[in-house]
Design a protein around this ligand. Sequence first.
Ligand code: GDP
Length: 195
Amino acid sequence: MKVNKAELIISAVQTEQYPKNRLPEIALAGRSNVGKSTFINTLLTRKNLAHTSSKPGKTRTLNFYNINDELTFVDVPGYGYAKVSKAERASWGEMIETYLTERKELRGVVQIVDVRHKPSAEDLQMYEYLKYFQLPVIVIATKADKVSKNKRPKHVKQVKEAMQLEKEDKIILFSAETGQGKEEAWKEIRHLMST
Ligand code: GDP
């Protein structure tokens, strides 16, 4: 997809702050430092539009990006950051749950995992949680360039099996370094937009 426009509309915490433009929304979730911002920037061909804001101390917000006045990416703050307090974790959980359960515009979630490793407990939890809310999920197995070519299928299989991916959910091998998987990711996102 050719991205002519990509703009941060709002960093929201409360539902009243969500945009009212009715565009279809795709949320993006992943463990902190997994490569979520890089994935967003690669898809949008922007260098530094999305940046890591998941460090403790910074406000953890839902960042809404308008793309071509056609759809909205919702960057969900990274999970599994060890250093956040219990209170912070609770407010994060509440904000995400409200968004995932109440947002009519939400068509599905892109969940980003690191293809090098077995999904973490938090990765598995997040996937189960999304399925509990019956949300379609596209799993992006990123950093493919860090695994040798002949080992990649084995790694994808490992992720797929550990997450127990449901039939309707896709897994896409991705690399921000090589651009591998970018077109396929767009294709699946477009598909969700039309649902
Ligand atoms: P976030 O916290 O999930 O938003 O993670 P970032 O997008 O900031 O990425 C974390 C680190 O992983 C950065 O140093 C990125 O350059 C690196 N990274 C992200 N995607 C890739 C990739 O596909 N390949 C490689 N080699 N490094 C990546």
